[in-house]
Design a protein around this ligand. Structure first.
Ligand code: HEM
Length: 280
């Protein structure tokens, strides 16, 4: 019998004939997604190690998607729309922080069974992680060097590297509201990491002292603080998980390991928003 003449549903009313229709697996390209977990050792726990990285990279992809859209919304003075996206980013951050609990079930002995298979591969080379840092305004150039071999990726990284970050557009929003922001900050070289400025601090101080008048900017500031707070918690949990698994060994990427990860904890994305908390 021609399949088109058959009933498309089983007795529970569920569609079962997919010869010519798209399935769940087709839509999500699960063949591609689920064939990417290729262990280099035959050690059982390497599967956990690969999946935790894949899950984190997927969430990073959504974080970049949301922050880039939020940057456009803020540029267009659509602050309410940006708040929805920034709130979603914070929720995703709680997910990638929780992922450390799963990875913490990996013991040092288990990890050492397959660590040498990684060679010099390290999360340090995660281009999506660097894209997140770029959209948050932390511009470290070495990732551009690492990806010189992939022109398409290099171009994406370079564009984000040279573009204004989330904090830059927030500062422009302050200027649009009439705050007297240092011209050098407004027209700064966006390919450098933001460093704090007195006029920006004064503007945020005024916002926090007059919340009724500047409610939207106040809400924007708190969304930024949420993101930075969660980001630091991710960095901290990474550092402690690494200490728990490899102690003070050097990283596969070549850094001092835990020492390096402790040092990056010192970086602030939105310095004035933290500074004013002491002064309010
Ligand atoms: C057993 C698990 C892990 C260990 C032992 C580990 C270890 C390290 C070490 C030692 C570094 C410093 C760079 C180096 O010398 O390699 C690093 C960096 C990094 N790792 Fe991991 N890591 C682990 C899991 C993860 C996971 C699950 C992610 C999720 C994506 C991740 C993302 C990163 C990122 C983004 C960096 C760069 C941090 C920065 O430069 O601020 N790591 N990791």
């Amino acid at each position: 019998m021609d399949h088109k003449q058959q009933t498309f549903k089983n007795e529970q009313g569920i569609h079962t004939d997919f010869i010519e229709k798209m399935t769940y697996g087709d839509y999500l390209q699960l063949d591609t997604l689920l064939s990417s977990q290729k262990r280099l050792s035959d050690h059982h726990d390497e599967m956990l190690f690969i999946i935790i990285h894949h899950v984190s990279e997927l969430w990073l992809k959504l974080i970049i998607h949301e922050i880039q859209a939020a940057i456009e919304a803020i540029k267009n003075n659509e602050l309410q729309a940006s708040f929805k996206m920034l709130s979603r980013v914070s929720k995703i951050q709680t997910q990638i922080i929780q992922a450390w609990d799963v990875l913490s079930t990996l013991t040092p002995a288990e990890y050492m069974e397959f660590r040498d298979k990684l060679g010099n591969a390290s999360g340090f080379q995660s281009y999506q992680y660097r894209l997140v840092e770029f959209v948050l305004g932390y511009k470290t150039p070495y990732i551009l060097k690492i990806y010189e071999k992939s022109p398409e990726l290099h171009a994406i990284l370079k564009e984000a590297y040279q573009s204004p970050g989330l904090y830059d557009v927030a500062i422009h929003a302050l200027a649009r509201e009439g705050f007297d922001i240092n011209e050098e900050v407004l027209h700064r070289d966006f390919s450098t990491t933001y460093s704090k400025d007195e006029s920006v601090e004064q503007a945020w101080m005024t916002v926090y002292k007059n919340v009724d008048q500047y409610w939207s900017l106040y809400e924007l500031a708190e969304k930024l603080v949420d993101i930075e707070d969660w980001f630091q918690q991710w960095r901290f949990r990474h550092m402690k998980t690494v200490e728990r698994i490899i102690g003070h060994k050097k990283g596969t990427g070549g850094s001092s390991g835990v020492g390096y990860l402790k040092k990056v904890l010192d970086h602030y994305f939105f310095p004035e928003l933290w500074e004013i908390r002491t002064k309010i």
